[in-house]
Ligand binder design. Structure first.
Ligand code: NAD
Length: 271
């Protein structure tokens, strides 16, 4: 088994990285930064997002695993004191544990500018904002004008990202087995002149949406934790990507349990 490590570059993550390397060598695993089978992210969800974008061109060949060094993460669900067990499970089958690959849908964004088209993939979401002023844009769904948006921005999230920025915007939480993208508004201006739907919208795999920013607007785009600024965008097409991301699971951790543990904390005594 070939593995690669990505860490948050803080003291605990670096120590865990060294510890994993030692364990892996004892268990006969090889470190391969170019073409690993598994990428182990040590840090938090942000570290896993970083690892995802580092290996974006190899998504068909690799799966991800995450150890969290802070609070329980959505992607990073192994605790630091489980590193030895995780190394053993990664090195081969172990009685009582079953290795499964879970695949999650991604969002695809095609940015059309005068000079060409850029394609990006997000594990959590794309966010489109005005860089210097309020975003003014037309939103089309399946090539038909849907609404004129004026406000802080538009967030297009994956099901895995529905628990991230999308949740703060009042969007629905979507199970990652559903191949969808969700469009959520960020502080839209609604009055007698400007009107948007106000609710978030969930599109299935065979639908797409296009965002047409008003011409000459400087647009700030976030692709998960990454940021790019453009001032010549003609349109942005968003849809469910053909690519998917794989996570290696060695024990069950149902999505709704993760949601409950992250946001409700059921361990607290009930009234
Ligand atoms: P960060 O350091 O600001 O952390 C953002 C928080 O979001 C962390 O607590 C992380 O654990 C959590 N998070 C990340 N992905 C998640 C997911 N899929 N489900 C639930 N929680 C998740 O930023 P970062 O670590 O670089 O992460 C970038 C992410 O931050 C973006 O993809 C976006 O989703 C999120 N974000 C959220 C808001 C907001 O909620 N208002 C605003 C901006 C960005």
């Amino acid at each position: 088994m070939k593995y690669s490590l990505v860490n948050r570059d803080d003291r605990i993550s670096i120590e865990l990285t060294d510890q994993f390397r030692e364990l892996a060598a004892q268990l006969g695993m090889t470190e391969d930064r170019e073409s690993p089978d598994v990428v182990l992210s040590i840090g938090g969800d942000g570290t896993l997002l970083h690892a995802f974008h580092l290996f974006i061109d190899k998504l068909d060949e690799i799966s991800f695993v995450g150890i969290h060094t802070g609070h329980l993460g959505f992607f990073a669900d192994w605790k630091p004191d489980e590193i030895e067990l995780l190394a053993k499970l990664m090195s081969g089958p172990k009685k009582g544990y079953e290795r499964r690959i879970v695949k999650y849908p991604l969002a695809e964004m095609q940015i059309h500018t005068k000079s060409g088209t850029e394609v990006h993939y997000a594990l959590n979401e794309f966010t489109v904002k005005g860089a210097e002023a309020t975003l003014v844009a037309r939103l089309d769904i399946n090539d038909e004008t849907f609404e004129m948006f004026r406000g802080d921005g538009i967030c297009i999230s994956t099901p895995a990202g529905s628990t991230a920025y999308n949740k703060s915007l009042g969007g629905a939480i979507i199970h990652p087995s559903l191949e969808t993208i969700q469009i959520a508004e960020i502080a839209s201006i609604n009055n007698r002149v400007f009107r948007t739907l106000g609710s978030s919208i969930i599109l299935p795999r065979h639908h797409h949406c296009d965002i047409y920013p008003k011409t000459h607007q400087k647009i700030q785009l976030f692709i998960d934790h990454l940021q790019v600024v453009h001032d010549d965008i003609q349109s942005i097409r968003c849809r469910v990507a053909d690519k998917r991301v794989s996570f290696a699971r060695f024990r069950p951790f149902p999505f709704w349990t993760r949601v409950k543990e992250a946001f409700i904390n059921s361990d607290k005594p009930q009234p």
